[in-house]
Design a protein around this ligand. Structure first.
Ligand code: FES
Length: 315
């Protein structure tokens, strides 16, 4: 993992039935400052394999004494969220990357409207202190299921009062997304973090009603979904690498000491794009256009896989 740094886990607390918050402090020196919406990648050794998951920083960006992240225990975990919930204890050391930002607020916006689903609240936790310092106009629509998620509701209510709108699916309270969007003044930017269905709903509504695409920002750190195992043949290094069903191509490459640049590890930033010489690709990213996908010439190994049993890569 490039530019990796060691951190102490200085505190762990449960902030919702399925979400734990981890406070990380530096082993040596000080943390890098970060901007609102930044994330780090945490490296985990789980079941003899290395998993690297990205998590949004939820602490105040002005506080570089500590980083805080929150991890939801995923029902179909590939091992990463299980590892964080079961194997990580206060006092342990973890390896992380320095913060990167693929989801920063656009400060030119007249108004900022946030849609958070479940643990997708995390990037907005780092937005809000900066929004308050700058006196920005914003509101937060937070959807959760109180028997599982719904972290930080009381803290947010105390911090931002009426700008917080909560929707607990247990009490059948629903966000009327179309209505919320219809009441936004011109120049509003929308920010979405949460499940794919929430992101798709806001983006679809935006397309239907003529919102500029540049005013709709979204982030989803879903771990790569499992798929059929396949073999990756690498032309330049001459390596042949087996990619099991529960490992991404990027993780399999890293496990075999083939380093590929990456930032989001979720198919949105384009950093890991790798050329393909032969084989059928199952594209799962949000970065390539439909035309690029049908060209079958490049792959985002952080999320995409092979449909065929072999993939020949020009790396
Ligand atoms: S690391 Fe961002 S698209 Fe793969």
């Amino acid at each position: 993992m490039s530019a990796a740094m060691k951190v102490h886990v200085s505190a762990i607390r449960k902030v919702a039935p399925t979400i734990k918050e981890f406070t990380l402090t530096p082993v040596d020196g000080e943390f890098f400052p970060f901007s609102p919406g930044s994330h780090i990648v945490v490296e985990m050794q789980a079941d003899s394999k290395t998993i690297r998951n990205a998590y949004s920083l939820l602490s105040d960006p002005m506080d570089n004494r500590q980083y805080r992240i929150a991890v939801r225990l995923q029902p179909e975990s590939r091992g990463g969220s299980d590892f964080m919930h079961q194997e990580v204890h206060e006092g342990d050391e973890l390896t992380i990357t320095p913060p990167n930002n693929l989801f920063s607020p656009d400060w030119r916006a007249k108004k900022h409207v946030f849609f958070a689903g479940g643990v997708g609240i995390t990037p907005f936790m780092s937005y809000i202190p900066e929004m308050l310092r700058r006196g920005a106009d914003f509101e937060l629509h937070y959807m959760y299921r109180s028997t599982q998620t719904g972290a930080y509701v009381e803290a947010l209510r105390n911090l931002i009062g009426e700008r917080l709108h909560t929707y607990d699916s247990i009490t059948s309270s629903r966000a009327e997304i179309a209505d919320i969007m219809a009441h936004c003044p011109q120049g509003t930017h929308l920010y979405i973090c949460g499940p794919e269905s929430l992101i798709d709903t806001v983006r679809y509504r935006g397309q239907q009603t003529g919102w500029p695409a540049s005013h709709i920002h979204y982030e989803a750190f879903a771990a790569p979904k499992p798929g059929k195992p396949f073999v990756a043949e690498l032309k330049k290094s001459g390596k042949t690498i087996y990619v099991p069903e529960d490992q991404s191509l990027l993780e399999a490459l890293e496990a075999n000491e083939v380093e590929i640049p990456n930032l989001c590890r979720g198919g949105v930033c384009g950093q890991c794009m790798s050329p393909v010489l032969d084989g059928d690709i199952e594209h799962r990213d949000e970065f390539l256009s439909e035309k690029e996908k049908s060209g079958n010439r490049c792959i985002m190994p952080c999320v995409s896989r092979a449909k065929s049993s072999r993939l020949h890569l020009d790396i």
